[in-house]
Design a protein around this ligand. Structure first.
Ligand SMILES: NC(=O)C1=CN([C@@H]2O[C@H](COP(=O)(O)OP(=O)(O)OC[C@H]3O[C@@H](n4cnc5c(N)ncnc54)[C@H](OP(=O)(O)O)[C@@H]3O)[C@@H](O)[C@H]2O)C=CC1
Ligand SMILES: O=C(O)C(=O)[C@@H](O)[C@H](O)[C@H](O)CO
Length: 329
């Protein structure tokens, strides 16, 4: 019998994934919900041809140099800012991710967070649970309308377009967006979406949602200057990555009511949350759960397994990020 490739499964994954992978590979798994330290990760990757990771596992060029047998990294996430992709490509390490299978679920959550933020749901629940609900008054917890307003989308890709459909068809919203490159006219017309510069988008949106990947180009691309362009009645929702927003600038703007409210699913130092955000009433905070439904997490986990199996058995993986290095030697 030929020797089976060795694979590290760096986080706890569904049992079906372990079953699938163990048919092809000699597996090394971590106990419980352990998050390996960088040193532990380097040690565990010795002699491994593949790594099954999630967004909590960081892959650097330095790590790759210390693990020369590594040929494939499969991440159970669509975002891949935790992986130095150019470093992988330069060393002919294939990287795969899990697009599409989480698009609609993540868009549902983005829209839910927008609704919860605009309609002050967390603030209301906190007040009720604290026994501070005393009476009705005309402006008690009065928030912003969502239906019929202007929805701004920064990052109109797969998830951004799924959010645009919800806004346009479900809530009669006017959809405006900004990407570095404009969508085809036909797609814009199907989504009822209008392309604007980033500054115009910030000025015109009643609700702005961030769905762009995190990179050096998008680091703190929403800061004090950008927030200053927004309407004082606007809400800002971030389901992309924490580092896209300057959290100190956002907290100051929320405290001084320069924008009305924010909904945040992602944080720059997560799972640590900037203390400046924690005490503000006009912010809804969730712990990076936009893709967290059981069917979607199982689909992501399965796609990540399929990618690893295909890549290490000489087939073409379904969703490679650097296909230019295929076929693998
Ligand atoms: N909170 C959560 O649990 C989840 C978060 N995410 C995050 O959502 C992101 C988007 O996912 P998905 O929609 O599948 O990705 P896509 O690649 O389909 O879409 C990303 C969009 O962002 C645009 N974009 C990229 N860079 C910039 C920039 N600097 N300025 C403006 N627009 C930009 C791209 O267009 P162009 O290249 O033309 O600029 C593209 O339209 C992921 O990268 C991930 O970080 C995803 C799933 C769950
Ligand atoms: O896919 C992404 O990019 C995400 O942010 C989320 O779906 C994941 O929960 C997370 O990254 C787990 O790997």
């Amino acid at each position: 019998m030929t020797k089976r490739p060795k694979v590290l499964v760096a986080r706890r994954v569904p049992a079906a994934v372990i079953d699938k992978l163990s048919r092809h590979f000699e597996l090394d798994t971590v106990p419980g919900d352990t998050v390996l330290t960088p040193d532990e990760l380097r040690a565990r990757l010795q002699g491994k041809a593949g790594a099954y990771i999630t967004g909590t596992v960081r892959i650097t060029g330095e790590l790759l140099d210390a693990c020369p047998e590594l040929r494939v990294i499969s991440t159970m996430s669509v975002g891949y800012n935790h992986i130095d992709l150019p470093a992988c490509t330069a060393r002919r390490v294939l990287v795969t991710n899990t697009p599409d299978v989480l698009t609609e679920t993540t868009a549902d959550f983005g829209f839910a967070l927008l609704m919860a933020t605009a309609r002050r749901m967390s603030e209301g629940e906190r007040l009720l649970r604290d026994g501070r609900w005393e009476s009705w008054s005309w402006d008690f917890l009065a928030g912003a309308d969502v239906h019929g307003t202007t929805l701004g989308i920064l990052g109109m890709g797969r998830i951004g377009q799924a959010i645009a459909r919800r806004g346009h068809f479900g809530f009669g919203m006017k959809v405006i967006y900004h990407n570095r490159s404009r969508l085809p006219a036909e797609t814009e017309s199907q989504l009822g979406a209008r392309y604007l510069s980033k500054d115009e988008l910030l000025r015109e949106a009643d609700h702005l949602i961030l769905v762009l990947p995190y990179s050096a180009a998008s680091h703190h691309c929403i800061g004090a200057a950008e927030i200053a362009l927004m309407k004082p009645t606007a809400t800002l929702v971030n389901i992309a990555r924490g580092g896209i927003v300057d959290e100190d600038a956002l907290a100051a703007a929320l405290r001084e009511h320069r924008i009305a409210a924010a909904g945040l699913d992602v944080f720059e130092g997560e799972p640590r949350v900037n203390p400046a955000l924690l005490t503000l009433p006009n912010v809804v905070l969730t712990p990076h759960i936009a893709s967290a439904t059981m069917p979607t997490r199982l689909a992501m986990a399965d796609l990540a397994a399929d990618n690893l199996v295909a890549a290490l058995t000489g087939a073409t993986p379904p969703t490679p990020l650097n296909p230019e290095i295929l076929p693998l030697q």
